[in-house]
Ligand binder design. Structure first.
Ligand code: UDX
Ligand code: UDX
Length: 431
C-alpha cells in the first residue's frame, strides 16, 4: 500500500514521517508550494525537535515524496489521510472547509478504490459528511471507504508521540478498511481500538477536553493555594502519585493554549449546547482558562502600581516549549494587555516570532535574554523553555531596574529567587 497525506502541517508532516519510518512509500500533498519546496529539500517549515532529521532521511531514501499536484497524487495512491487544519469559526464551531476541499479533491480525482482516513480532529459525525462530499464530487462511480484515525500528537513531542503512541484508534463501519489500517500500523506495539466512526471522533474530543479540565482544575486550585500559602507544585506531586490521578498535566500556569485544546473544548461545548445537553464542567473550564493569565497580570499590576511606561521583559512567546507555534499562546494575550496599558514590552523567545500584525509593532523583539531584561521593571515568564531554568539570575539581575519576577509557569524556585533579592510571585507556588 502506498500512502498519501493531504496537508503537511504539524500533524501531516509527522504522520508522513511515521509511515515512512514504518517502511511504507509515502507522499505529502499540500496547497502551499513554499512548504512543499522546503519539504522536498528535507527541511521543515516549523520547529519540532527531531522531525526534520527523520524527514530528510526519508526524502533522501526516496521513501517520502512531496507534491502540490492533486491529480497525480490522488490518482496514484490507495490510502489517503486527511491532515488539513480544522480551525474554529467565529461562532466556535470547527471550520470544515479544508476537510471539505480535500474530500472534494479526492472525489474529483479518484480513479479507483480509495481508503480515505481523517486524522485531523473533526466534529462528531464528520465522517458521514466526508463520504457525502466525496460522492458528490465523483465524475464517475468508484468504490471507497472512509475511516477515522485521530492523532494524539503533542507539539514539541510529536516524534516521540507518533513513533510510540499509547493507543491507535480506528473508527470505521467497514471490516476491510479496519484490516487495511491495522496492516499500516502492524509494527506498532500498543493497544488498538476498533470502533464506530463517531466513537473514534468523540474519543479524540473527550481526551483533549479531559486533559484541558485536568490542567484547569490545577489552575483553579493554585489560586486557593495562594490563599493558604501552600505550594501547588507540591500538591500536584502528592496527588500525582495516586495512579488513579497520574502525575501528568497537573502543572498549574497561565492556562492552556495551542492549536488544539482551546478549539476542541469550544467545539464540544458548542455542539453540546446546540443539542441541549450542555457540558457545564467544560463551560467552566473555558471560563477559568480565559481568566488565568489575568490572575498573574493582576499580581504584577498590584506590585508595580500600574503598567504605564513600565519596562516589562517577557520571556517566552510559544504556547509551550519546544515549538514555535503561537496559536492561542497566553503570552500573546499578556503582551496585548500590557500594550493596551501603555507598558514598554521587550520580548525574548528562543524560536517563536510575533505575528506580523500592526498591533505588535510596539514590542521590542530581542535576540538575547539580557537584551529583554535591559532596564526592566519586571520579568514575566510565559513559556517554560528549559534554557530559562539554566539562567544565572545572580549574574543577570544587574540588567534590571527593579527585581520583580512573575513566573507564569512556576518554573523557578521561589526561595532561591527571593534569596537573590527578587520580589517573586508564581501561580500558587510562592511558598
Ligand atoms: C490541524 C489542527 O490544528 C488539528 O486539530 C488537527 O487534528 C489537524 O489539523 P496542524 O497540522 O497543526 O493540525 O494544521 P496546520 O499546521 O494548519 O496544517 C494544515 C496543512 O494543510 C497546511 O500545510 C495547509 O497548507 C494544508 N492544506 C490546507 C491543504 O493542503 N489543503 C487544503 O485545502 C487546506
Ligand atoms: C494536545 C494534546 O496533548 C495532544 O494529544 C493532541 O492531540 C493535540 O493537543 P499540544 O496542544 O501540542 O497537544 O500540547 P500539550 O502538551 O497538550 O499542551 C497544551 C497546553 O496545555 C499548553 O499550552 C501547555 O502549556 C498547557 N499545559 C500542559 C499546562 O498548562 N499544564 C500541564 O500540566 C500540561
Amino acid at each position: 500500500m502506498n500512502i498519501l497525506i493531504i496537508g503537511t502541517g504539524y500533524v501531516g508532516a509527522t504522520t508522513a514521517m511515521v509511515f515512512a519510518e514504518s517502511g511504507w512509500q509515502v507522499t505529502g500533498l499540500d496547497v502551499d508550494a513554499g512548504k512543499i519546496e522546503r519539504l522536498r529539500q528535507g527541511r521543515l517549515h516549523f520547529h519540532e525537535p527531531g522531525l526534520e532529521d527523520l524527514i530528510a532521511k526519508h526524502v533522501s531514501s526516496g521513501r517520502l515524496l512531496f507534491t502540490t499536484d492533486k491529480e497525480t497524487a490522488i490518482a496514484g495512491h490507495e490510502v489517503i489521510f486527511i491532515c488539513v487544519g480544522t480551525p474554529s469559526q467565529p461562532d466556535g464551531n470547527a471550520d470544515l472547509r479544508y476537510i471539505r476541499q480535500a474530500s472534494e479533491d479526492i472525489g474529483h480525482w479518484m480513479n479507483g478504490y480509495k481508503l480515505v482516513v481523517t486524522k485531523s480532529t473533526v466534529p462528531i459525525g464528520t465522517q458521514e459528511q466526508v463520504k457525502a462530499w466525496i460522492e458528490a464530487a465523483q465524475r464517475q462511480p468508484h468504490l471507497f471507504d472512509v475511516a477515522s484515525n485521530p492523532e494524539f500528537l503533542r507539539e514539541g513531542k510529536a516524534v516521540e508521540d507518533a513513533l510510540r503512541p499509547d493507543r491507535i484508534v480506528i473508527g470505521t463501519d467497514n471490516a476491510k478498511a479496519a484490516e487495511q489500517l491495522l496492516t499500516l500500523y502492524q509494527s506498532f506495539q500498543c493497544p488498538r481500538i476498533i470502533t464506530t466512526p463517531r466513537t473514534a471522533e468523540l474519543i479524540k474530543y473527550a481526551s483533549n477536553a479531559f486533559l484541558a479540565t485536568k490542567i484547569t482544575y490545577m489552575n483553579e486550585l493554585a489560586r486557593l493555594c495562594d490563599e493558604f500559602e501552600v505550594n501547588v507544585n507540591e500538591v500536584a506531586t502528592g496527588m500525582g502519585l495516586d495512579p488513579r490521578i497520574g502525575p501528568s498535566f497537573l502543572q498549574a500556569g497561565l492556562g492552556y493554549g495551542g492549536s488544539c485544546f482551546p478549539k476542541d473544548v469550544l467545539e464540544l461545548v458548542m455542539t453540546a449546547r446546540k443539542l441541549q445537553v450542555p457540558l457545564r464542567i467544560l463551560e467552566e473550564v473555558m471560563e477559568v482558562n480565559r481568566t488565568q493569565f489575568t490572575y498573574l497580570l493582576d499580581k504584577a499590576r498590584t506590585r508595580l502600581g500600574d503598567f504605564a511606561n513600565k519596562n516589562i521583559a517577557i520571556l517566552g512567546l510559544a504556547f509551550k516549549p519546544d515549538t514555535n507555534d503561537i496559536r492561542e499562546a497566553p503570552a500573546l494575550r499578556i503582551i496585548h494587555e500590557l500594550l493596551l496599558e501603555q507598558a514598554n514590552v521587550r520580548l525574548f523567545d528562543p524560536v517563536a516570532t510575533l505575528p506580523a500584525h500592526a498591533s505588535y509593532q510596539a514590542v521590542t523583539v530581542c535576540s538575547l535574554v539580557e537584551e529583554a531584561l535591559h532596564n526592566a521593571d519586571a520579568v514575566i515568564l510565559c513559556t517554560e523553555w528549559p534554557a530559562f531554568g539554566q539562567l544565572d539570575w545572580e549574574n543577570l539581575k544587574g540588567h534590571l531596574k527593579q527585581l520583580n519576577f512573575f513566573d507564569g509557569r512556576n518554573m523557578m524556585d521561589a526561595r532561591l529567587m527571593r534569596g537573590i533579592g527578587f520580589y517573586y510571585q508564581g501561580i500558587g507556588n510562592d511558598y
